[in-house]
Design a protein around this ligand. Structure first.
Ligand code: SF4
Ligand code: SF4
Ligand code: FES
Length: 283
C-alpha cells in the first residue's frame, strides 16, 4: 500500500498563493495579489510561482536559476519564514493559503525580488579567499597546500554557504540596523579564519571588529535556524568572537599556513589530461 505523507490531503486541491506585488514604476506601495491553482504532487513554491507566470500573469517577477538549492537565488519569505522557494514543498506547508513575500531586511527591486547588493558587498568586505604571506607563490602556484581531513572538517560545514541571504532576513539585529555586517559575512570570516591554508586572520580582525561588526550579534540564533544549508552562522560567529578575543589578549599566536606539497614520488600519470588554460588575469 502506498505510504501517505504529511500534506497529501492538499494534492489535487485548489491552493491560493498570495504574492506580494510591487512595481516601483507603477505602484505607490506593495500589495498582495491572490492566485489559485490546483496543487500537483511534488510542486515547490518556486514551481507554483512559475506556474502562475506561465498560465495566469506573465508580469510576475521572481529570481531563480538552479531549481535545486545550489545557486542561492530563490530566497523568499513563505508563510513568514525565510526559505529557498525551490526547496519548499507546498504540500508540506500544511495550508491551502500560502503567502509569498520578498526576503525582509533588503531593499526591494520588484515583486518578490530583493536587492542583495549589500549581502555581496559585506561578503566581499571580509576577503573571502585564502590569504598567504607569500603572494608571489600564491599568484603562481607550484604545488598544492597540504591539508589533513581533520583540518578540512573544521571549516567544511561553513563552506556550504550559497549566499541566499535567508540568515540576514531572519536576524533581529539586521532588521534594526542595515549597517550591521551580518551573519553571512561573519560566518564566512570564521570559515577562512580556521582554514589551515590561510594566513589572513590578523588582516581580517579590523574588518569585523568595529561598532557595526561582530559584537552586535547577541546570539539568539535565528540565522542558523533559517539557514537552508546547515551552515550554522550563529555558531561560527561565537567561535570567531572567541578567536578574536584570544588574539586581542595576546593568547593566540599567528598561525603559519599549511605547507606546500613536496615533489611526488612516483606521480600517477593520467593520459590525455588537457593542459591548464593560459592565465587571463595579471599578465
Ligand atoms: S545569532 Fe547574531 S547574526 Fe544570527 S540572528 Fe542572532 S544576532 Fe543575527
Ligand atoms: S549562511 Fe546559510 S542562510 Fe546565510 S547566506 Fe549562507 S547559506 Fe544562506
Ligand atoms: S533556484 Fe537556485 S537555490 Fe533555488
Amino acid at each position: 500500500m502506498e505510504k501517505k505523507h504529511k500534506g497529501d490531503q492538499f494534492i489535487g486541491r485548489e491552493i491560493t498563493f498570495k504574492v506580494l506585488r510591487y512595481d516601483p514604476g507603477r505602484d505607490k506601495k506593495p500589495y498582495l495579489k491572490a492566485y489559485q491553482f490546483v496543487l500537483e504532487r511534488g510542486m515547490t513554491v518556486l514551481d507554483g510561482l512559475m506556474h502562475i507566470k506561465e498560465t495566469q500573469d506573465n508580469t510576475l517577477a521572481y529570481r531563480k536559476s538552479c531549481r535545486m538549492g545550489v545557486c542561492g537565488s530563490c530566497g523568499m519569505l513563505v508563510n513568514g519564514k525565510p526559505v529557498l522557494a525551490c526547496q519548499t514543498q507546498i504540500s508540506e506547508l500544511g495550508r491551502a493559503v500560502v503567502e509569498v513575500r520578498p526576503l525582509p531586511n533588503y531593499p526591494l527591486i520588484r515583486d518578490v525580488v530583493p536587492d542583495l547588493t549589500q549581502l555581496f558587498d559585506k561578503h566581499q568586505h571580509i576577503k573571502p579567499h585564502i590569504i598567504r604571506e607569500n603572494w608571489e607563490e600564491q599568484d603562481s602556484p607550484t604545488a598544492e597546500y597540504l591539508q589533513t581531513p581533520a583540518e578540512l572538517e573544521q571549516y567544511l560545514q561553513f563552506s556550504y554557504c550559497i549566499k541566499c541571504g535567508c540568515c540576514i532576513a531572519a536576524c533581529p539585529t539586521s532588521s534594526t540596523d542595515e549597517s550591521y555586517i551580518g551573519a553571512q559575512a561573519l560566518g564566512q570570516c570564521y570559515r577562512y579564519a580556521i582554514d589551515s591554508r590561510d594566513e589572513g586572520f590578523q588582516q581580517r580582525i579590523p574588518l569585523v571588529d568595529f561598532p557595526q561588526g561582530i559584537w552586535r550579534c547577541h546570539f539568539p540564533g535565528a540565522c542558523s535556524e533559517a539557514c537552508p544549508k546547515g551552515v550554522d552562522p550563529a555558531f561560527a560567529i561565537q567561535l570567531l568572537k572567541k578567536e578574536i578575543t584570544l588574539k586581542i589578549l595576546g593568547m593566540k599566536k599567528d598561525r603559519q599556513g599549511a605547507k606546500l606539497a613536496g615533489p611526488q614520488e612516483n606521480p600517477r600519470v593520467v593520459a590525455d589530461v588537457p593542459a591548464a588554460p593560459q592565465k587571463t588575469a595579471g599578465k
